[in-house]
Design a protein around this ligand. Structure first.
Ligand code: NAP
Length: 488
């Protein structure tokens, strides 16, 4: 049976034909899903506009909006096993990882609910006494949320929760590959009591349906997570419409091992930073810089750890890396490995797809370490979004910063050292939005996240993340009984 989509609070077949959702590990069909047409886009957005303007939503008190999000968090938590499995079926990540993402989505909903309840407008101070001023925050209206396939439930709640808490309506366009989990999320918001029309989940191709959503005149904000090329395209559209964007884009993050680092801790952390999610993470630590004195020793240990990683069926326990999202993506990863060889690189380990036995029907790739390249190589400058690490050497701090900052991206970085002064100095000098010191890929919803340079614009998360879905208004209230004096 073809799966229905969620158009302005109604479950029904979209008018845009159907797509199939595949389980990346064996290419079996999860479901056939109907997709939105351009008429569906118009309908969803027009009803979203009515829904956010409706006094029953506009005048709803913050704690009443928060109640919906608390309920969303509770439902997600009680259904964690089922939702993790569904997300694994959608994108091939191991169950342990998808479980983490599902729990993070619940935590986000709960945190934003609390932020919504405790959010204050400001009484701005005045020296003059014949008026008082307030700074208040209004919703922006209809928000277009567009998400990628790598961590869908987490990145979707990261947009839906603050946008709805702020009083907006949201039209979500998930990645085609991971539409199932987004549709399930719509059911959860509906069950939690979100009024009709405030959320639509429009399945369809980004270049057609995504494009139509963001270009619609009633859409007043674009919240996008995905690749830099798409993000740049959306920024052009937003500039034309004079609306704001939040762009969470790609990365090529440096991970740095100083000669005083705890080698065992660092080697395990570096392996986790690049190979978890099979490298399909915006923050993957894909450029490794090792200080020359420990280069051989560190690489030897990292290689041992990497060779012991288990690539396998994502529903099995003890698997470190599941399948890549699909064969097309695997071919793109493999092309980069071949490019690295042409550029003079050498494969220390990995460098090929797994194609026999249990791997035959999926898109599995070995964790790969490449040496012998300079940071200027194309392989070191472009995002591969797969399990490929390029290891390079550095002499001293100056040499390191020159190489690490030589990138169009600036999403994240990792530093491994026992010297806290050095860690502080280098973390301030790196041109990135997030730095991990002696750890990697740790997240907290209370900490803002976003990129420098071509890794994005704006910040998500944090108590004030909700502000990016609001517009500030200043109100002057006259206290004087005299008429305004003419300016002299
Ligand atoms: P993508 O190709 O940019 O797609 C992301 C989303 O945009 C998908 O829903 C896609 O729809 C849609 N889309 C594509 N073209 C569009 C257009 N012209 N107009 C409107 N929407 C459009 O990225 P991806 O390959 O799915 O995801 C991988 C990228 O996301 C990587 O670069 C990764 O670093 C980045 N990422 C960044 C973060 C972060 O927080 N900074 C987090 C996760 C991922 P379809 O699926 O239908 O094409």
């Amino acid at each position: 049976m073809v799966k229905e989509i969620y158009i302005a609070g109604e479950w029904r077949l979209g008018r845009g034909g159907t797509i199939k959702s595949y389980f990346p590990a064996d290419n079996s069909v999860n479901a056939e899903i109907s997709t939105a047409s351009l008429e569906d886009v118009n309908e969803a957005i027009e009803k979203a506009e009515q829904a956010w303007r409706d006094p029953s939503w506009r005048n709803r008190l913050p704690h009443e909006r928060a109640r919906i999000l608390y309920k969303v968090a509770d439902i997600i938590e009680t259904r964690v096993d089922e939702l993790s499995r569904l997300q694994t079926r959608d994108n091939g990540k191991p169950l342990t990882e998808t479980r983490g993402l599902v729990m993070s989505a619940a935590a986000t909903a709960r945190y934003i609910a609390a932020a919504c309840e405790t959010f204050n407008d400001e009484l701005t101070t005045q020296r003059a006494s014949d008026f008082m001023t307030l700074s208040v925050h209004e919703p922006v209206g209809v928000v277009a949320a567009i998400t990628p396939w790598n961590s869908p439930i987490a990145s979707e709640v990261q947009k839906l929760a603050p946008a709805l808490a702020a009083g907006n309506a949201v039209v979500l366009k998930p990645a085609e590959a991971t539409s199932l989990i987004a549709l399930e999320l719509a059911k959860i918001f509906e069950e939690a009591g979100l009024p009709k029309g405030l959320l639509s989940v429009l399945v369809g191709r980004g270049s057609v349906i995504g494009d139509a959503i963001v270009k619609h005149p009633l859409v007043r904000k674009i919240s996008f997570t995905g690749g830099t090329t798409t993000g740049r395209n959306l920024a052009h559209i937003a500039a034309e419409k004079l609306i704001t964007t939040s762009l969470e884009l790609g990365g090529k993050s440096p991970t740095i091992v100083f000669d005083d680092a705890d080698i065992e801790l660092a080697a395990k952390g570096v392996a986790y930073g690049i190979f978890s999610s099979a490298g399909q993470a915006c923050i993957a630590g894909s450029r490794l810089f090792i200080q020359h004195k420990v280069y051989d020793r560190f690489l030897k240990r990292l290689n041992e750890i990497t060779q012991n990683l288990r690539v396998g069926h994502p529903e099995k326990t003890g698997v470190h890396m599941g399948s890549l999202i699909n064969q097309k993506h695997l071919e793109s990863v493999d092309r980069y490995v071949n490019l690295a060889l042409k550029e003079g690189g050498k494969i220390l380990t990995g460098g090929k797809a797994l194609t026999d036995g249990e791997y035959a029907k999926g898109s599995f790739y070995l964790p790969t370490i490449i040496t012998g390249l300079n940071n200027s190589a194309q392989t070191c400058q472009e995002e591969i979004f797969g399990p490929v690490l390029v290891a390079m050497k550095f002499e001293d701090e100056e040499d390191l910063l020159k190489q690490a900052n030589d990138s169009c991206y600036g999403l994240a970085a990792g530093i491994w050292t026992e010297n806290f002064r050095r860690a502080w100095k280098i973390s301030r000098a790196l041109e990135v939005g997030t730095v991990w010191i002696n750890t990697y890929k740790k997240f907290s919803i209370s900490v803002p996240f976003g990129g420098f340079k071509e890794s994005g614009i704006g910040r998500e998360k944090g108590r004030l993340g909700i502000l990016s879905y609001m517009q500030q208004k200043s109100i002057y209230m006259g206290l004087n009984e005299e008429p305004n004096a003419w300016a002299e």
